[in-house]
Design a protein around this ligand. Structure first.
Ligand code: CO
Length: 151
């Protein structure tokens, strides 16, 4: 009679595992030497405890010439935050410091590098209007896309 609770426990663990597997909590983007991200839209689940942003720079140019990062803001904040990022300069990773409009941002990387950052999923709400972009000077007009938060 000791096996029944064990089996029940295993079944519950499996169910929990399946629920997590259906959640997408990672944003993966690839930037290149032609100033492009590989995606125009990414989707994460609203229920994520933690969201991970992974950026790979598949080009070869250095960060000083073709730097890429990923900044996440509300869609309406992209232009202003990108402008403030340019003012922050390379020393500030092209991101305004302590700016509540910045939901998350990675480091700036050059060709061959990868970087990642995590942020609390509760900074996003289902159905919200979010964007991702690269805040390296001159890149945000092209290197940007939509972040969908699926219910
Ligand atoms: Co860039």
């Amino acid at each position: 009679m000791k096996t029944l609770p064990t089996l029940l426990g295993l079944a519950l663990l499996c169910a929990a595992g399946a629920a997590q597997a259906s959640d997408n909590c990672t944003i993966s983007l690839d930037g290149n030497d032609r100033m492009q991200f590989d995606k125009k839209s990414v989707t994460v689940s609203a229920g994520c405890r933690t969201v991970t942003v992974e950026l790979k720079h598949s080009g070869a140019l250095p960060a000083t010439a073709m730097g890429h990062n990923v900044v996440i803001t509300a869609a309406g904040d992209v232009a202003a935050v990108a402008q403030a990022g340019i003012a922050a300069g390379a020393a500030g990773k092209y991101v305004p410091a302590n700016d509540q409009r910045v939901i998350a941002h990675t480091d700036v990387i050059g060709g061959g590098a990868t970087t990642r950052v995590t942020f609390p999923g509760n900074r996003l709400r289902a159905g919200g209007d979010y964007a991702f972009f690269c805040s390296f000077p001159g890149h945000s007009a092209i290197m940007r896309g939509t972040l969908v938060v699926a219910p």
